[in-house]
Ligand binder design. Structure first.
Ligand code: PLP
Length: 412
């Protein structure tokens, strides 16, 4: 393969004003403080690569290299991320009245959450542009993923996370050599500390959610993979557990790119943003008919990855949901934990509470008739349940060494 990695990246574009900027220097947000979107020369992509060629490439997210921002292959920092399985859920789907239910399992990716996609592409591109350290506030999983990829790239990492973030994510940061701080507050509080620190440090780039353009590019590959795995067809509906919204914005961006490339025809899938009742700023804005959200007070849910009271990209999430005729709904912690248990016991899949929220949402949307029983539905399970052992209470008997296992299980 040539040193030019055939990326068709052409420019960056402000998501609010459309003003263009240079993609080949380190960039944060646009001059009005909005996320920057990477744009590609899609005519060139269409002329140089086909879906059949992509099918023959290695099973990782770099198979979409023309549509990713890294220009030189030598700057690709990889741990083998991407091409996660798209699994059918016949028994569980039938029990919900949605036999065409599938799950894209992001639990099977380095660091156990889809955050690895954004980190792989974000760190690779930062390294290509000469950044030597990354800094971010996180609800845990992003910090873990970026620390791990920074280590792989030989970069420094500075991370701040709420004390309530999943404990394993602290361990991942520490073992990969990050400089980690815990904050007695929420992700926004961690963000203020990081922004202040970055202003005083040389060589660090702040890579908070949507404050640099390339994490989104990594996450959009979930959209490419779903469509490729279905034989270059879109499902009818995609549900996504929405915090900062990068995943759902990225999937929408991928769908639009594929449509423009002629790789996807017909209606786009209806995109559903799922939030927890304890932190639902985007759902509230959707119901009010607003184009932006208002900071959600006293945010709290077991689905820690979606505890984002005010997202910088809220307007992009709302746009994706409305343009695709999707919807935005909440589920309670009780409902999502029940879905987590039901899915694990009927299909053997231990999903994270964020992913479980989407399954609880499928149940609600089928109940209300919004989802029809004959539709093809894809749920993003954004991470493995193994990162959240505390979500499942384990109450089992301990036997004495000379004890006896009963003939049948005790009723619980
Ligand atoms: C970060 C995270 C989310 C939310 O992702 P966004 O794309 O920022 O909305 C969902 N699930 C898990 C497990 C996460 O770590």
């Amino acid at each position: 393969m040539s040193a030019s990695f055939s990326s068709a990246l052409s420019h960056l574009e402000c998501s609010k004003t459309g003003v263009e900027s240079d993609p080949d220097i380190v960039q944060g947000t646009s001059e009005v403080g909005a996320p920057l979107l990477a744009r590609y020369d899609l005519d060139r992509v269409r002329a140089t690569v086909t879906r059949e060629e992509i099918a023959n490439r290695a099973p990782d997210l770099w198979r979409y290299r023309e549509l990713l921002p890294v220009r030189d292959e030598r700057h690709v920092i990889t741990l083998g991320e991407g091409m996660t399985p798209l699994l059918d859920l016949k028994r569980y789907g039938a029990s919900l009245g949605v036999p065409g239910l599938r799950m894209k399992d992001e639990g099977l990716i380095p660091t156990g959450t889809f955050k690895a996609r954004g980190a792989a592409v974000g760190v690779s591109r930062a390294s290509e542009l000469g950044v030597t350290g990354i800094a971010m506030p996180t609800n845990g999983n992003a910090g873990a993923a970026w620390s791990v990829y920074a280590a792989r790239a030989g970069m420094r990492s500075l991370i701040a996370m709420p004390v309530d973030a999943p404990e394993i994510t602290r361990t991942e940061c520490v073992v990969s050599g990050a400089e980690l701080y815990l904050v007695d507050g929420l992700i926004g509080d961690a963000g203020k500390l990081i922004a202040a620190a970055v202003a005083e440090r040389e060589g660090f780039q702040e890579v908070s959610t949507l404050k640099e353009p390339y994490r989104l590019e990594g996450k959009k590959t979930m959209g490419y993979e779903i469509v490729e795995q279905l034989g270059w067809r879109a499902p009818d509906v995609i549900l996504y557990p929405t915090g900062g919204g990068v995943g759902i914005i990225g999937i929408y961006k991928a769908l639009l790119e594929m449509r423009e490339l002629g790789w996807l025809t017909g209606d786009l899938p209806r995109l559903v943003a799922v939030q927890a009742e304890g932190c639902a700023p985007i759902v509230e804005a959707y119901k009010r008919g607003d184009s932006e959200s208002v900071a959600f007070p006293d945010a709290r849910t077991v689905a820690f990855g979606i505890t984002v009271p005010k997202a910088l990209g809220d307007f992009l999430v709302l746009d994706a949901v409305r343009k695709t005729e999707g919807t935005a709904i909440t589920v309670t912690d009780k409902e999502l934990l029940a879905a987590q248990g039901a899915l694990a016991s009927s299909e053997g899949m231990f999903v994270c509470p964020e992913g479980a929220a989407c399954f609880a949402a499928v149940e609600q949307l089928r109940g209300s008739g919004w989802l029809r029983g004959d539709e093809n539905v894809v749920v993003l399970n954004t991470g493995t349940g193994l990162k959240y052992p505390e979500t499942v209470p384990v109450d089992v008997p301990t036997l004495p060494v000379d004890g006896r296992i009963p003939l049948a299980p005790e009723p619980r």
